[in-house]
Design a protein around this ligand. Sequence first.
Ligand code: ADP
Ligand code: MG
Length: 281
Amino acid sequence: MPRRRRSAERPAVARGQRFLRGRQERAVRERAEKGVSRPRPRSSRPGVPVIDIQDVHKTYSVGDIAVHALRGVSLRIERGEYVAIVGASGSGKTTLMNILGCLDTPTSGVYRLNGLDVRGIDEDALADVRNREIGFVFQSFNLIPRTRAQANVELPLAYAGLARGARHERALAALRQVGLGQRVHHMPSELSGGQQQRVAIARALVTNPAMILADEPTGALDTVSSGEVLSIFDRLNDQGRTIILITHEQAIAAHARRVVRISDGTIIADERGSSTAEAVR
Ligand code: ADP
Ligand code: MG
């Protein structure tokens, strides 16, 4: 799939995204082959946190240098929460997101997703869980160029082997949810940055995941578009979806009901806003 790399994107992140794309594609293909594309019950259970990580470390080896990106992170996130993970560039946010999204594995520590220890899940089942439970949104949208908004949104469903009519219908509904019902036939190049990110959110939503993981989703947007994107996340959370929003900007983090601060690979604060009591619905 052709992709342009933004200069702001560091190679490690770009590599991570390629890695992600490969895994996501494989996940949906396998699902289609197994013929399990029909809706299935969620694996979550009441009272079990969606995310529960304990003392997670991640160390990258670059030549003979060890980079300690995460140094003992523990975090529990309940279903329906709206959490911002905020920290400076290089603090370990994307590394944490890759682990939470089962795109990468910790060097040590435990990760339970919906109560299941991901170490015990084989690669196929993990790909299935990831594909079914998690919608990803990135700073650089990652839309397919020269492909209409509707086809971009349909893609995860097409891989899953859904019939054409059903695909159209669900993609249209997802695009309407992000306020783009009038832009379904536009190419990405015919859309503003904010609109492109809304298409990407529709694509993340179309498989009806329980959790949205967004890494700097407003990083490439102007203030007005950022506001539109954030209000979509607010609304999705109001509807009960778990939102994890990664950002380096305090003002963006203020949208969440809970703010987790990360610095140099460790969590240094975990603050809940006054409305957090409503978060678990
Ligand atoms: P953030 O998203 O907060 O900017 P990252 O998680 O991308 O931080 O990076 C945390 C640290 O880990 C940085 O020092 C970064 O250079 C390093 N890092 C991230 N990904 C890799 C990788 N694939 N290989 C080596 N080092 C990496
Ligand atoms: Mg990052």
